[in-house]
Structure formats: structure tokens, C-alpha cells
Design a binder for this molecule. Structure first.
Ligand code: ZN
Ligand code: ZN
Length: 357
């Protein structure tokens, strides 16, 4: 029995839901084990229907969990959904309010006037937050690909390359090693552009100074996320001090990761260190986020995490940065998995300051 469906059904019972309607690719993959970017599911208390059209039906029959009933639906939804809803005696349906468009919901309500639709809120993402060992291994596999790609790219980088070329090379090297696609749009920003945490790579030669690369690979639907900052040319004293401060902040926060620790405290540890070094106000984003079937998911390591505490099996990034507007910036990001007594760093790429001459 698919244990994910069992946990979902326990929550459905608690909330009085007869069924849930799943359309997001991530939740579809999570519950059916079948990756369909354009499919949908109806999960009742006893059945899990996977609807896949002609483009995906062969793969669905082959790959979907044996707990699922795979259906190639007729073209019009009204031909199959209302009779199925009657057969299954469904009246209250949960839907992904974070993902389903207003129009899609209105159309469902129109097709099924006998049903009440209830927002699922954070139900699915909360089920996904604590990872199984197998899920962690998918993420580690993606991370190893990203690290090998970085090593290959660092050997290739020349100052005359453009930021876009560096980004393209990272993506190519990851794909060559088995990544289905980049986890997100690869960031490769140099010099003055490195002061934007999520800058967009430019079609112009690398500027001297910091080069920040933030990227990830994807394996079996699972993402990885890593940032490394290197220096094109020589680092001056100020750059060395800034880099050291970011690294110290990251190491201090990593060392504090353990079950029961407050997520907000992790952010505070890194932030206090950066502020104390004279860079107050220059670390303008949160310390980290969860990673899984989505590149950003629960839990966050943020000043706004309230009393949330870490649990074994959660995967979080630890990514402090210092950004000096108009000048340059630097970020270092690892992924860590919370264990029973601490954490396991899933990122093995070196972090000592690298100069590319
Ligand atoms: Zn990242
Ligand atoms: Zn990240």
C-alpha cells in the first residue's frame, strides 16, 4: 500500500473530505509516483484515479503506483467526472488552493454542482516536508550531478566568457550527467551584478571580482540547490573579509541544525554574525528554505518562522549572503538534511575561496 496515500487519507478523514482533486505536477508525482505535467488525480477514501490523456497514457500505465486506477478520459470532463463522483458517493472535495486557478475551480463547481469544494491549504506540502530515505537519496543524486558539473565548469571558465555562457555550460554539464532539467533558471552573475541575490545572467564578458553561481539539478522529480561564489582575478582584502564572514555565518548556522531547534534561531545565528561584522542590512533575504519536489518548499529558515522547529527528515538550504549595492555580493549555499541527532550536509563541493586567474 502506498504509504503517502494512507497518510493523505488519514488527513482527509480528519477534515471530512470525501476526495481530493490534484492538478499540480508535484503532488501528482508524490501521490501516484507518475510524473505527468499535464495530468490530474481524484483521490477518494479508497481509490486513487489517475487521469492521463493520449500523450501520457502509455507511460501512466507503466509507471503509476499499483494502488492507482489509470484512466484515459474521454475529451469532455462532463462525460466521465459526474458519473464517477456519483459512483464513489463523493460530496466534499479538497482542492489545491495554492495552485488551482480561479477559473479551473469555477469550472469544476459548474461540472459538479452537487459537491462542496474545500481548500486544502498547506496539507500536501506538509505531508511532503519530512522526506523518506529514498527521497533524500534522489536529492543527493541531483546534488552530486550539480557538484560534478561545477567542477567541470570551474576548469573551463575563462574571464572572456559571458555570464550566459557560464550558466549555459552549468546546465549542459548537469544534463550530460543525467539531470532532466535545471532546478530553476541558473544564476551566474559577476562583478557589480553579483550584488543582486537573484540576478539574471548577462550576455557580456565576466567582470572581475565575485562570480556567484546558484543552480541545481533534477533527478526523479527532486531538486537540488547550491550556490558557490568564486573570484575572477585576485580577491582584495575587503573581498576576502566579506567572503570569510559569509562562510563563518553559514558554518555557525549549519552547526546549530538539529531536531527541535527553532527555524527562526538558525536565521538569527547567521544574521547576528553578519550584522556584527559591520554588514547590517546587507543580508536581505531569509537564511534558507526546504527543497524537494519543488525548489522552494516548507520549511523556511526565516525570522518569520515563529515557533516552528526542525524535524528529522527535513531538508533545508543554509544560504547566507552579503550584498553591497552597486559594488558586489557573495552567497554560499549548502543543503542539509536534519537527522535524529543533528544534520547531514548533502553538499560536498569545496567552500574555500577560489580565484580564477
Ligand atoms: Zn540556490
Ligand atoms: Zn536556495
Amino acid at each position: 500500500m502506498n504509504e503517502r496515500l494512507t497518510r493523505l487519507r488519514a488527513e482527509m478523514e480528519r477534515r471530512g473530505l470525501d476526495a481530493v482533486w490534484i492538478t499540480s505536477a508535484e503532488n501528482h508525482l508524490y501521490f501516484s509516483l507518475f510524473d505527468n505535467p499535464d495530468g490530474w488525480m481524484l483521490i477518494t477514501r479508497t481509490k486513487a484515479y489517475v487521469f492521463a490523456d493520449f500523450r501520457y497514457i502509455e507511460a501512466a500505465r507503466r509507471e503509476a503506483s499499483p494502488d492507482c486506477t489509470v484512466i484515459e478520459p474521454p475529451r469532455r470532463r462532463t462525460d466521465y467526472l459526474p458519473p464517477l463522483i456519483e459512483e464513489e458517493n463523493v460530496r466534499v472535495i479538497g482542492y489545491e488552493d495554492e495552485r488551482l486557478s480561479c477559473r479551473a475551480l469555477a469550472s469544476l463547481e459548474e461540472d459538479l454542482p452537487q459537491c462542496t469544494f474545500v481548500p486544502l491549504g498547506r496539507l500536501c506540502i506538509e505531508l511532503r516536508t519530512v522526506k523518506t530515505e529514498a527521497e533524500v537519496e534522489h536529492i543527493v543524486a541531483a546534488q552530486r550531478i550539480a557538484e560534478d558539473a561545477l567542477a567541470a565548469v570551474l576548469a573551463l571558465i575563462r574571464p572572456e566568457m559571458t555570464e550566459l555562457e557560464v550558466a549555459a555550460e552549468l546546465e549542459y554539464q548537469m544534463k550530460k550527467r543525467g539531470s532532466r532539467k535545471p532546478s530553476f533558471d541558473t544564476i551566474a552573475v559577476s562583478g557589480s551584478a553579483s550584488s543582486s541575490p537573484h540576478g539574471v545572467p548577462r550576455p557580456c564578458p565576466l567582470e572581475r571580482g565575485f562570480l556567484t553561481m546558484d543552480f541545481g539539478a533534477m533527478v526523479d522529480g527532486y531538486h537540488s540547490d547550491m550556490t558557490r561564489t568564486v573570484v575572477i582575478g585576485r580577491a582584495d582584502t575587503e573581498m576576502k573579509r566579506l567572503y570569510r564572514t559569509v562562510l563563518d555565518a553559514q558554518l555557525a548556522a549549519l552547526a546549530a541544525l538539529r531536531p527541535g531547534a527553532r527555524n527562526a534561531d538558525m536565521d538569527k545565528i547567521a544574521r547576528d554574525l553578519i550584522d556584527g561584522a559591520g554588514y547590517a542590512g546587507c543580508f536581505g533575504h531569509s537564511l534558507g528554505h526546504g527543497v524537494g519536489l519543488e525548489i522552494h518548499e516548507a520549511p523556511n529558515l526565516s525570522a518569520f518562522s515563529g515557533d516552528l522547529t526542525l524535524r528529522p527528515g527535513e531538508i533545508v538550504t543554509v544560504e547566507p549572503g552579503i550584498y553591497l549595492e552597486g559594488k558586489y555580493g557573495c552567497r554560499i549555499e549548502d543543503m542539509a538534511c536534519i537527522t535524529e541527532d543533528g544534520y547531514r550536509n548533502l553538499t560536498a563541493a569545496p567552500k574555500e575561496l577560489t580565484e580564477i586567474l
